[in-house]
Design a binder for this molecule. Structure first.
Ligand SMILES: *[C@@H]1O[C@H](CO)[C@@H](O)[C@H](O)[C@H]1NC(C)=O
Ligand SMILES: *[C@@H]1O[C@H](CO)[C@@H](O)[C@H](O)[C@H]1NC(C)=O
Ligand SMILES: *[C@@H]1O[C@H](CO)[C@@H](O)[C@H](O)[C@H]1NC(C)=O
Ligand SMILES: *[C@@H]1O[C@H](CO)[C@@H](O)[C@H](O)[C@H]1NC(C)=O
Ligand SMILES: *[C@@H]1O[C@H](CO)[C@@H](O)[C@H](O)[C@H]1NC(C)=O
Ligand SMILES: *[C@@H]1O[C@H](CO)[C@@H](O)[C@H](O)[C@H]1NC(C)=O
Ligand SMILES: *[C@@H]1O[C@H](CO)[C@@H](O)[C@H](O)[C@H]1NC(C)=O
Length: 457
């Protein structure tokens, strides 16, 4: 009898604990069931801003850039308005369009919740500027956005906002890669490009693809798997020449990298930037600049490339011979013609292929000479460059060609990285079909893998 109260207290406590656990479970389940049609709005998305301007200076700068007509393309005017990408930043939403003829025109930002129901009273009148870009204020709970030319006119299908509301950039240096198209093989160029820029301090790559073949795509897919690369496939209802995507890609990648990367550079697949100094990589050269610098211009070494890159991997010996930085090292440069830029995307108002057209107030530009950094631009003499006058700015008719190779230690590291990647992607290990478990194919009534590895349907 003496122990009865203790046991009672114990049982009571046990019941309370079980009750609490069941209650917690119930609460969690009903929470995730979400049958009432309400959207869960995460804390980062409970933000409302009143205008697309971040400050009065921002408002004034953009007014000025518009008055100066700093961004007018006016081409592809047979296309309709549709959305390439939509991005949500801490205080702003930006949308990139596939249109290139709407600069300065009025356009409405439209906002939708998680179920694509328009948020009541949320529409906002903005303007297309720069070309192909619309800036919009934030709306709490908006997960999709669209645009419309009039308050009541039709909207292209809303697009999910891509999260860019980072407090601090995720990457120090990233690369926007101009759209891939054309017939020349890409696999070796891709692995060389990515591994080279990684050694220079880049940690992320925004690739854009117009066309690519299945063989070359395997290399991109491998980098997507490891989180080094994201790929945007360029397609639209309206046909256009592949190169017409380049300026759209510039605007989109500028928006895509804002708040995600501290520094970005815009390169074509046949260009890489090399630090000219022995002990510092490109990122270290960039970071050694004064804080006021938001744009760096990099001069170009045009490097003669007399052949297309090989179509397929054949052997390791051949690969080492084919590596672009071994095979092609002749140049007459450096030159500032077609130089490229490295920028802080948040400090740039309008980006062009080679430089920033408009920067925020107080942001400085510096030029890096070739002993600090240079773009190595492989110039394929078979196609765009005629052999005798491949260099339009050559000081004389027969310029002196000099070798300008990469540093031996860099060559060593780059070569090893390329070998490892190519081995992983293209040295396929065949399976002995007799070792495949019988039940795997028999249970599905599939053909014997020694006859066919895949059913015909
Ligand atoms: C900008 O373009 C508009 C319309 O085409 C024109 O009226 C205006 O004069 C231009 N402004 C400048 C500074 O070129
Ligand atoms: C579209 O562009 C073409 C070529 O520049 C031009 O001839 C045509 O007038 C433009 N159409 C419209 C509706 O602006
Ligand atoms: C939009 O349509 C509604 C209903 O038809 C109308 O009341 C409203 O005035 C229109 N708004 C504009 C700006 O045209
Ligand atoms: C593309 O390359 C393949 C293989 O080298 C060749 O057979 C084909 O004719 C080329 N196509 C074009 C459009 O150049
Ligand atoms: C750069 O090269 C192009 C040809 O590709 C030429 O038309 C242009 O004048 C050159 N620019 C300078 C500044 O040398
Ligand atoms: C390149 O620029 C650096 C830094 O401004 C300077 O110290 C160096 O002398 C320059 N080199 C050449 C070859 O101009
Ligand atoms: C495939 O595996 C079977 C069973 O393990 C073995 O007898 C045969 O020799 C293997 N064939 C080849 C080509 O390796």
């Amino acid at each position: 009898m003496k122990h009865f109260p203790r046991i009672a207290v114990f049982i009571l406590l046990l019941l309370v604990v079980i009750g609490l656990l069941l209650y917690k479970d119930y609460v969690q389940k009903s929470y995730s069931r979400n049958l009432d049609g309400k959207c869960h709005v995460a804390s980062w998305n409970q933000v409302h801003t009143d205008s697309e301007f971040q400050s009065y200076i921002d408002m004034f700068s953009r007014w000025l850039w518009r008055r100066l007509n700093l961004s007018v393309e006016n081409n592809q005017n047979y296309t309709s308005t549709s959305i390439l990408g939509a991005y949500v930043y801490p205080k702003l939403i930006s949308i990139s369009l596939t249109s290139q003829y709407l600069s300065q025109q009025k356009i409405y930002c439209r906002y939708y919740d998680c179920k694509r129901r328009e948020l009541l009273g949320s529409a906002y009148e903005s303007v297309v500027f720069p070309e192909s870009v619309v800036h919009c204020p934030r709306r709490a709970g908006a997960e999709f956005v669209s645009v419309s030319s009039g308050f009541n006119s039709s909207t292209p299908e809303p697009v999910r906002l891509s999260f860019k509301a980072y407090d601090e950039p995720v990457h120090d240096l990233s690369v926007c890669v101009a759209p891939l198209y054309g017939n020349e093989s890409k696999w070796l160029q891709i692995v060389d490009f990515v591994e080279h820029m990684k050694l220079e301090g880049a940690t992320y790559f925004y690739f854009y693809v117009g066309t690519i073949n299945d063989y070359d795509r395997k290399m991109l897919t491998e980098y997507v798997r490891t989180g080094d690369v994201e790929v945007t496939f360029l397609q639209d209802k309206f046909e256009r020449p592949a190169y017409a995507w380049h300026l759209l890609m510039m605007q989109d990648c500028h928006l895509r990298s804002k708040y995600h990367s501290k520094w970005i550079t815009f390169l074509d697949l046949d260009e890489r930037i090399s630090s000219g100094t022995e002990y510092n990589n490109l990122l270290e050269v960039i970071e050694s600049q004064p804080r006021s610098v938001g744009e760096l211009h990099v001069s170009v070494l045009n490097i003669l490339k007399y052949e297309d890159t090989p179509e397929k991997f054949t052997s390791m010996e051949q690969l080492k011979e084919d590596m672009m930085f071994r095979k092609w090292t002749n140049t007459i440069d450096p030159t500032w013609n077609a130089s490229k830029a490295i920028v802080r995307p948040e400090q740039i108002g309008i980006m062009f292929i080679h430089y920033a057209i408009a920067k925020q107030f107080g942001v400085n530009t510096v030029k890096l000479n070739a002993s600090q950094a240079a773009v190595r631009h492989y110039r394929n003499t078979l196609h765009r460059m005629e052999a005798p006058d491949w260099h339009p700015t050559a000081p004389t008719k027969s310029p002196t060609v000099q070798r300008w190779p990469l540093k031996p230690e860099f060559v060593e590291s780059l070569s090893n990285a390329i070998v490892a990647k190519v081995q992983h992607v293209y040295c396929k290990v065949p399976v002995n079909c007799t070792t495949i478990a019988r039940y795997l194919w028999e249970s599905r009534q599939y053909p014997n893998p020694c006859i066919s590895m895949s059913p015909i349907f």
